[in-house]
Design a protein around this ligand. Sequence first.
Ligand SMILES: [Zn+2]
Length: 649
Amino acid sequence: MYLGVDYYPEHWDVSIMEEDMQRIKEMGSNIIRIGEFAWHMMEKNEGVYDFSFFDMVIEKAAYYKLKVMFGTPTATFPGWLAYKYPSILSEDEHKNQRVFGGRRQYCFNSEIYSQYSNKVVEKLVSHYQNEQNIIVWQIDNEFGHEGSDQCFCQHCHRGFQKFLENKYKQIDVLNETYGTIFWGQTYNRFDEIPMPTTTITTHNPTLKLDWARFRCDSINAFAKKQIELVKKLKGKHQQITHNFYGGFFDRAYDQNIMAEHLDFVAYDNYPVWGGVTEPIRPEHIAMTLDYIRGLKSENFWIVEELMGAQGHDIIGYLPRPGQSKMWATQAMAHGCQNMLFFRYRGMTKGAEQFCLGIVDQNNHKGRKYYEVQSFMKGIKEYEDIINSEIMSEIAVLYDFDNIWSWHYQKQSSEFDFTKELLRLYAPFYKYNVNIDVINIKRDFANYKVLIVPVMQIIDEKLASRFEEYAALGGTIIFSYRAGIKDSNNNIYFDKFFPCNIREIAGIRIEETESLLGEKFAEIEGIGKYKDRNGKCETWRDLIILETAEALYKYKDQFYSDNLCITVNQYKKGSVYYIGGGVNAEILDEIALQIILDNKIRHINSPEGLEVYIRDYNNNEWLIMLNHSDKEALFKDCVIEPYGTKLIKL
Ligand SMILES: [Zn+2]
């Protein structure tokens, strides 16, 4: 098991490096990550490469038996490069060029940037291909993060037009697909097509979806080129990874595509960032970890695990004693098997002065140092369990085309895709069920239950996969707006909603309502849910029954004949439809019924106590994680506030 820290030796006087490494080692580390962001140190002047500083660092690290993960430095570039070639700088949607000074502000479609970054990567990897102490290359840093997924420069404009020409071949095909007859937007040539920058009203929905696909392609093309280069030059003992970030559903970047080319996936886990008054909810952190594991359906690394409070200009919540260790243990429970903490010591200068680490500016071994030490010592004892494969009977399915379609047309000001995914994930998380979060393209036939949140794009091919799955006995849970659009982001004609899945859901929808602001729709239970009352926020579909059974209906002067929640027995399977942003209590009860009906392994635990089940050596192991500031009692164990325990059942 690799455990360690992100070090950045170039930030400090070399005279303290010896003591730093000793302390890093003493803490329990066997790896450090270095190099990303240090392009200027490697190429101070154009074409003059010098790796002597890192030669020295790597030699010292080897002396302390610390392996090295080396980051290629292309997420930030030297000032001289931006000065010489301002065209490498990306532009925001208002066509303002992003100036040198922050990070990640290069254009993925800049040929010049590509040439210069490939040169430095080539020199770097060639220099270290035989270095036994470097075991992993990290490509760049957090592709697409912090808005860097978007660029509206001239390179990108031409690239977009080319992308469309390759896709549609003939302009008439594009016109027909987009419906440019509307507002007389018909194009004669591909080079008439705009990027979706500022205009009056809004751009064509299909153009916007294509733009997101183009952005995603641009990032992946840049990344792939670099990965191929490193693959060609690296030593056989060296692996390749990239560190993905949270907030992935908000970016025009499908991380699945890049994950295919990596030896393993790495993640930067920040349950607290910037101006948050409370950490991200436990189920939200859990979902992101399940998503990262789902990128390759394999256990993964975390290369930035938060220890201290974090922020650029605004600092958020201070993790309580033990809380960061608990989050690190939660990550291990969900499939992380090697972990590096961000960062060894907070930097006193520069933009991340307030991204605090294990050691602070006083340079003393304080509480956080001993917390990490105790985590590293403790977790190593369970290495075999941590390395075991995670088995899940439930999958949450997502599709980036669908997410991007929602991103550009929220339909309700209250809509947020991650919130809607969590609305259906959380009730199952509550019962401590293992869940995979995977791309819709993956094979889902072996799961007992599929959770399909707000899947508004369902084409006939996908619908037939759902049909086959349900027919063979699977349970599917759809939520509102399912199947209203085709894969071109156009609304279906001459069919009832939910299109293509109407028969398996056993319902049809003729009218819907966006619930804005504080507006709610009251609902009440029917049959076995009689006397239960709840509400919808954000959206409601006014469901008409066909073959389905009604579970909840609207309590409403005009729509009391319409249903909100239904279930349909389709051949051997069951298809649920949740027609709105239904409150948690109602969804918890339905989730429990689904868990029981499908005989899914689950655990009832006290509020705030997450229990993750791992299977190893024919035994069940429980990793208990107390997310609350109160003591928890479970299975004769007392788990202190923000404490953890691992037991064999
Ligand atoms: Zn650009």
